[in-house]
Design a protein around this ligand. Structure first.
Ligand code: KMH
Ligand code: ZN
Length: 290
């Protein structure tokens, strides 16, 4: 089986320091958490931004500052969030996708609307097409976020239509309250419904992070861990850091014959161009790359 791509999602838009005091806020703390995670075996960093007080942000300047810190220290695939928070507008969600120079290698792209706790995470077909066109224009590889079974159907339709081109990378996000539960049966259903030729990872929420991660290792998929999805190491014990969660997955993967992929190996597995270690140096309203 292929080497294991470990994605770390160090913060998300919802989790707060009151949930776990080790949750990072602000570009510098988030960068530190990401660097430690990469050193522990993560090759992809799924990145949300936070203000220093913890409120969610889509500020390209803050993204650029954080990415600069990370890439000053380690090579990794930066995957920014185009989901942001449920309160973010469509334009706010697209800001870092449009304005980071150079563009990030990857960004998340959710394949449909879903209940999200007591809120709704809106992703109409029109929004998805707009986002996919922006990604294509800037050469950003999407990670297709699947919170519900119907999201996979939508993704398959968009692939058939050519809106999404080439082998795609799917993230099965299972266990968000209001969405598809984090059960082995649900993961099996999605894996079996996935057409051949694509890659997938699983982001189990809460305790499902570990159980579904182990399942993905056995099935040939990949794994996401981090405080965006889960703040516990085990029941009743908060995780010390994102890196601690990455380390455990890297250890289990190695034992199972799937050592952690390096960033270069992850790019190859995801069908992405090999890259020199790159730095985000600027933000602009204008896009000289497009
Ligand atoms: N925070 C959620 C509303 C993504 O990053 O693309 C959306 C989310 C998905 O986390
Ligand atoms: Zn996210």
């Amino acid at each position: 089986m292929d080497k294991l791509i470990i994605t770390c999602a160090p913060v998300g838009a919802e989790v707060m320091k009151r949930d776990n005091p080790n949750v990072p806020y602000g570009p510098e703390e988030i960068a530190m958490a990401a660097i430690e995670a990469v050193r522990a075996g993560a090759s992809v960093i799924h990145l949300h931004m936070r203000e220093d007080d913890g409120s969610p942000s889509q500020s390209p300047t803050k993204f650029a500052e954080c990415i600069r810190h990370i890439l000053d220290e380690v090579d990794c695939i930066i995957q920014i969030s185009s989901g942001g928070a449920v309160t973010a507008t469509e334009d706010e969600r697209l800001l870092p996708v449009r304005e980071l120079i150079p563009p990030p290698e990857m960004a998340s792209l959710t394949m449909g609307t879903v209940n999200f706790g007591d809120d709704v995470f809106w992703n109409s077909p029109k929004l998805i097409r707009t986002f996919a066109a922006e990604f294509k224009k800037r050469g950003i590889k999407p990670e297709l976020e699947i919170f519900e079974s119907g999201h996979l159907t939508t993704a398959i339709r968009l692939i058939r239509e050519g809106v999404l081109e080439g082998p795609q990378h799917f993230d099965f996000v299972l266990g968000v309250p209001g969405a598809m539960a984090g059960t082995p049966q649900n993961l099996m259903h999605l894996v079996q419904a996935l057409p051949p030729g694509h890659t997938w990872t699983v982001a189990g929420i809460g305790a499902a992070e570990l159980t579904l991660g182990i399942m993905a290792i056995a099935l040939g998929g990949h794994v996401r861990v981090g405080f965006e999805d889960n703040v516990y190491y085990r029941k009743g014990e908060l995780a010390r850091s994102n890196a601690q969660l990455v380390e455990r997955m890297a250890r289990i993967g190695k034992e199972a014959g799937r050592p952690a992929a390096t960033p270069a190996e992850a790019r190859e597995l995801l069908g992405m161009p090999a890259r020199e270690w790159r730095r985000v140096t600027a933000v602009s309203g204008a896009d000289p790359v497009a």
